[in-house]
Ligand binder design. Structure first.
Ligand code: AMP
Length: 306
C-alpha cells in the first residue's frame, strides 16, 4: 500500500456562523485532511503537535479511522493551537478572530521512521519552516502537495516562497492566489504561481468550485450546490485531503488523474460543510460518497447536437 504523510495543525476551533456558535471543538488542517484521505486505500501518517489539554478521545478517533499518529507530538505542559473565526452572511467570507499558535510556535516536526519512504506528502496549512522540515525527512516523495493561507503569506513570506519552489502542486484559494501573485485574473495568477515552482496550481473558489492549471491546460470542477451550508470551516483542507488521498492510492500523478482527484476533493468538501467542524466528516459512508459522485457527474454532463 502507498504511504501518505500529512502535516498540518491539529487544533481547537471556535466557530461562529449565521446558524450558530461553537465552543472549542476539534479542528485543524491535518485533522480535516486525514479524515478525508482516510477514505482511500493508502497508509496515512499524521505529523503535528498538540498540548496536554488535547483530549485523548480525539486522538483515538483519528486512530480508529486508520491514521497513524506516531508523528503527533504531545507537549504535556503546552496548549493546543487555537483558531477562532466568524463567517459573514454569504458564508463564503470570514474574519479570523483569534490565532493562538501555542505549541505550534516551537514545533520541530519528526516524521516517523516508517513513513520516511512515503510516495506522497501533503503539506497542510502551518508554518512554512515546519513544511520545509517535513520535506527534508521525506526524500522519496514523488508528489508533494502544498496548502497554505494568507496568515503565512503575511508572517513568513520568504520561507513560504522556499516551500513553493520545491512542491509539485499548490492548492490555494482565489483571494490568496491574488495576494501571492499580485494578479486579479486567476489565469494570470496561476501563470505567475507556476513560475514560482509548482507544475500544477489548484485554485479553490469556495462555493464556485475549483480550477486546476497545468502549463496551458485548464480544468474546472464545480462545487455541488447545496441547500444548506452550515459551516465552511475545513472545506479547503477536506478538499486537499480528498485530492492527495486519491492520488496517493492510485499512484498516478498525471494531469488526467488530477482531474478525478479534484472531483473527489470537491465531493468530500461538499460533505464537510453540512455540519459544524469535523462532525460530518466523521460519519460519511462510502455509499454516500459514491451517490454524490453521480450527482457531480449529472451536474455538468450535457449533450448538444449542432
Ligand atoms: P479552512 O477552512 O480549510 O481554511 O481550514 C480551517 C482550519 O484551518 C481550522 O480547523 C483551523 O484550525 C485551521 N487553521 C486556521 N488558521 C490556521 C493557520 N494560520 N495555520 C494553520 N492552520 C490554521
Amino acid at each position: 500500500m502507498s504511504k501518505l504523510v500529512v502535516v498540518g495543525t491539529v487544533a481547537f476551533d471556535a466557530i461562529e456562523t449565521p446558524f450558530g456558535k461553537t465552543d472549542k471543538i476539534l479542528g485543524g488542517a491535518a485533522t480535516f485532511i486525514g479524515l478525508s484521505a482516510s477514505h482511500f486505500n493508502t497508509e496515512i501518517g499524521l505529523v503535528s503537535v498538540v498540548g496536554g489539554d488535547f483530549p485523548q478521545e480525539y486522538l483515538d478517533m483519528l486512530t480508529s479511522r486508520g491514521m497513524n499518529i506516531d508523528g503527533i507530538e504531545v507537549v504535556k505542559e503546552g496548549k493546543t493551537f487555537f483558531w477562532s473565526g466568524k463567517y459573514h452572511n454569504d458564508m463564503n467570507t470570514r474574519d479570523t478572530l483569534v490565532t493562538e499558535l501555542n505549541v505550534l510556535a516551537d514545533f520541530n516536526p519528526v516524521v516517523p521512521e516508517s513513513f520516511r519512504d512515503a510516495e506522497v506528502v501533503m503539506l497542510g496549512n502551518l508554518h512554512p519552516a515546519v513544511q520545509l522540515g517535513v520535506m527534508e525527512q521525506t526524500p522519496a516523495a514523488k508528489l508533494i502537495v502544498l496548502d497554505t493561507m494568507n496568515f503565512w503569506m503575511d508572517s513568513a513570506l520568504d520561507l513560504l516562497h522556499q516551500v513553493i519552489a520545491k512542491v509539485d502542486v499548490i492548492t490555494i484559494n482565489d483571494e490568496e492566489a491574488r495576494q501571492l501573485s499580485g494578479e486579479y485574473s486567476l489565469v494570470a495568477a496561476a501563470r505567475k504561481i507556476h513560475a514560482m515552482g509548482p507544475k500544477y496550481v489548484v485554485i479553490k473558489k469556495g462555493e464556485h468550485g475549483a480550477l486546476l492549471f497545468h502549463e496551458e491546460h485548464m480544468f474546472f470542477a464545480p462545487a455541488l450546490p447545496l441547500e444548506k451550508v452550515f459551516d465552511p470551516t475545513g472545506a479547503g483542507d477536506t478538499f486537499a485531503g480528498g485530492f492527495a488521498g486519491f492520488l496517493a492510492a492510485s499512484g498516478d500523478y498525471s494531469f488526467e488523474n488530477m482531474k478525478r482527484a479534484i472531483i473527489y476533493g470537491s465531493n468530500f468538501a461538499s460533505f464537510a460543510v453540512e455540519k459544524f467542524g469535523t462532525e460530518r466528516m466523521q460519519t460519511i459512508t462510502n455509499e454516500q460518497i459514491d451517490a454524490r459522485l453521480e450527482q457531480f457527474k449529472a451536474l455538468t454532463k450535457f449533450e448538444i447536437n449542432n
